[in-house]
Design a protein around this ligand. Structure first.
Ligand SMILES: [Zn+2]
Length: 212
């Protein structure tokens, strides 16, 4: 049994997920909290729900997904996990953050690297890591087969897909990632995307206009 709590943070309306098991062992995916109000909302939830945070993960290194990296790793003294192929994407945020109006960005780089061979384990949860390039070169998705859910970052959205036109992006690669790594999952799997509402694999196979 696991629970996924969604927050939508920063001007780019990014979904930050707090994921925890029945014993309240948890981790955060893509902390997009930027101002103190957003940081407080996240902190109050963690405290009031009594969650023992053990890690934070970035699905990829784009600014809207990493604005809160520094805050959460320092507030809870937890490691930041990411995929090595996206390290340069994360490094470049510091350079372009001011041009997006995020003058308060504090850089925090990966402490530990995710691998495709080994599941990411927190408490009783085991998450498979799949590499899904095309929106960002080192983009990964997390899949929990037991709970039938997938945290997909900016790869697959409800009736849409991630932008392929950012540095390191490539449309055919993105479509191939979705077809080979996500559409091979059961139709019942719930998708928790980086923006917008949750959806399912079955729904997107039927209705996603980019994948017909
Ligand atoms: Zn992105």
């Amino acid at each position: 049994m696991l629970t996924i709590q969604t927050f939508t943070f920063n001007a780019l309306q990014e979904n930050t997920y707090v994921v925890y098991d029945e014993l309240k062992n948890g981790f955060i995916v893509d902390p997009g909290c930027y101002d103190s109000e957003e940081q407080d909302a996240l902190e109050q939830f963690i405290i009031s729900s009594d969650i023992r945070l053990q890690a934070v993960i970035n699905t990829h290194g784009h600014i809207d997904h990493v604005l809160g990296n520094y805050f959460v790793t320092s507030r809870w003294n937890i490691p930041l996990w990411g995929f090595k192929k996206d390290e340069d994407t994360l490094r470049s945020v510091q350079v372009y953050a001011p041009s997006y109006g995020f003058h308060g960005y504090q850089e925090k780089l990966f402490d530990s690297y995710l691998t495709l061979e080994q599941p990411f384990v927190v408490g009783s949860m085991s998450w498979d890591i799949v590499w899904v390039p095309g929106h960002a070169p080192g983009h990964i998705a997390l899949i929990n087969k037991t709970a039938q859910c997938c945290i997909s970052g900016d790869v697959l959205f409800k009736e849409s897909i991630g932008r392929p036109d950012l540095p390191g992006g490539h449309l055919p690669t993105l479509l191939n990632s979705i077809r080979t790594s996500l559409f091979t999952l059961p139709d019942s799997v719930t998708i928790y995307p980086g923006h917008g509402p949750t959806t399912t694999i079955g729904y997107e196979k039927k209705f996603n206009p980019f994948l017909q």
